[in-house]
Design a protein around this ligand. Structure first.
Ligand SMILES: Cc1cc2nc3c(=O)[nH]c(=O)nc-3n(C[C@H](O)[C@H](O)[C@H](O)COP(=O)(O)OP(=O)(O)OC[C@H]3O[C@@H](n4cnc5c(N)ncnc54)[C@H](O)[C@@H]3O)c2cc1C
Length: 455
């Protein structure tokens, strides 16, 4: 390991990206200070700047594995706090007209509210890394630029100096604009117009809901993208989220919300909603675009400054990748700092290249799924149409083939590369299994799949 030489770092933002960045940097510098503008609650309750906290969410296996490695004991603590361990067998996934085959697909994940996850990670960070501090209710106004490098940040008239500042303020970061005004090039931005809308209600969980299974996803990418998910969280609750793309907004009035749920290709969510005790009103969230800042293409960036997390790549939340993508970037940051040291002018270029490689996979997976909807526009990765035609077969194959379902889930959890679904042996498996899918069986009234017209 490199010498620390008294180096210090500031992380702006205490979201998931900020917390894992602080964890990684704490091994490479003497002191890490995290500055957060929100008041951070002691308990697992939602806070203003994290809209994800109110909606159903999934921590992919990749993110979970990285967090478990950085914070020994985290998973046990989450379970003690009520997180629900979820075997792939407990997940019912209705997609492309039928259910994915249920089997032991090889891994376990946790289901809990985002506030519980964030609160537990933050508490562990402070307990396990004595050189990290988190200061809340402290908004960073601007970066301090001196001699062509970033030398710290300014908050409400106070200067905080550090060798490295990492901007983890999320998709609407303002600090790259400040650098552009100071003469540094601004990154190109790739956008994909999705206009995702969520409608979420938390309800009391009953043991016989979903016939005792633990999570449900209803997802029909090839048929207009009305989706739903129900995940169990601490406190004996379900978080139920229904959503869609391109302005097909779930209503917030109860009866209309249930009608929206009833329009999904499986009635399971609507059936639970119809008899459940509602614990919250229906809450909405909209996200107009997936957005990726191409920081890896920047010709010049000031030493002493990096962006990480949603500030680099903010993905359609329907694909559940953001926290795991942030964790993968943080791991890449650790490797780059290990190589160059925190204050090196070479750090940004190396880190941004590594970060681009790790976000490329979730970006392409999300873009592929979103461009299956013909209304999606924007930066379409080359070959998306061809890949999507093949993925239609993969999703059909997931109805009958355990190996295909397992590999698809591994790819979706960022544990395997998408190319692993395209080896010659896998292609043969996919094509044979797709032909056995029950969704291909024609009924006298037409395809067994109920199609919802695209608005
Ligand atoms: C509705 C929704 C559902 C989602 N579902 C999932 C899911 O299922 N799975 C998944 O992995 N991801 C999901 N995501 C994405 C996930 O929330 C993010 O990708 C992840 O949290 C990483 O974000 P971040 O830490 O980079 O930014 P953010 O979460 O936006 O955090 C930024 C932090 O910076 C702070 N901040 C901002 N400006 C300043 C400032 N000037 N000074 C100090 N602090 C500042 C903010 O208060 C905030 O705490 C979802 C997102 C949304 C909106």
């Amino acid at each position: 390991m490199r010498e620390r030489n008294g180096a210090t770092a500031i992380v702006i933002g205490a979201g998931i990206a900020g917390l894992v960045t602080a964890r990684v940097l704490s091994e490479h510098v003497d002191r890490v200070t995290v500055l957060e503008r929100d008041r951070l609650p002691q308990d697992a309750v939602t806070r203003r700047s994290v809209p994800q906290g109110r909606h159903a969410h999934v921590l992919l296996a990749t993110g979970q594995q990285l967090l478990a490695g950085w914070f020994p004991g985290l998973i046990d603590e989450l379970v003690r706090a009520g997180a629900v361990p979820l075997d792939a067998k407990d997940l019912v996934w209705h997609q492309a007209g039928a259910h994915r085959i249920r089997s032991d697909l090889g891994f376990l994940t946790m289901s809990m509210s985002r506030p519980l996850l964030e609160c537990t990670v933050r508490e562990r960070l402070l307990r396990q890394r004595s050189n990290v501090s988190v200061t809340d209710e402290t908004a960073v106004d601007r970066l301090i630029l001196e001699g062509g490098r970033v030398a710290g940040v300014r908050t409400d008239g106070t200067e905080h100096r550090a060798d490295l500042v990492v901007d983890c303020t999320g998709r609407n970061t303002r600090f790259l604009d400040q650098l552009a005004r100071a003469g540094f090039p601004a990154p190109e931005v790739s956008t994909i117009r999705i206009d995702t809308a969520y409608g979420t209600r938390t309800v009391r969980r009953r043991p016989d809901d979903l016939d005792g299974t633990l999570a449900l996803v209803v997802d029909d990418p090839a048929r207009g993208h009305r989706v739903g998910m129900m995940v169990p969280v601490e406190g004996g609750r379900w978080i139920v989220t229904v959503g869609s793309l391109h302005g097909d907004v779930p209503p917030t009035e109860s009866a209309e919300y249930e009608d929206f749920a009833r329009s999904l290709p499986s009635p399971a969510i609507a059936d639970v909603l119809a008899r459940a005790e509602a614990l919250t009103p229906v809450l909405s969230h909209r996200m107009p675009t997936s957005r990726r800042r191409r920081v890896e293409r920047l010709e010049r960036t000031p030493p002493g400054f990096l962006v990480l997390g949603d500030a680099i790549c903010s993905l359609n939340p329907l694909h559940w990748q953001g926290m795991s993508a942030a964790a993968l970037q943080a791991r890449a940051l650790g490797r780059a700092v290990e190589r160059h040291g925190p204050a090196s002018p070479a750090l940004a270029r190396d880190f941004y290249r590594r970060a681009a490689r790790v976000v490329d996979v979730p970006w392409r997976i999300a873009a592929g799924a979103d461009f299956a909807d013909p209304r999606t526009s924007g930066s379409k990765p080359p070959g998306t149409g061809l890949v999507n035609r093949y993925l239609d077969k993969v999703f059909l194959a997931c109805h009958t083939s355990v190996p295909v379902a397992r590999q698809t889930l591994r790819v979706q959890n960022l544990l395997a590369r998408p190319q692993s679904l395209m080896t010659p042996a896998m292609v043969i498996r996919v094509l044979l299994a797709a032909r056995r899918s029950p969704a291909r069986v024609e009924t006298p009234a037409g395809p067994a799949v109920r199609r919802r017209p695209v608005a």
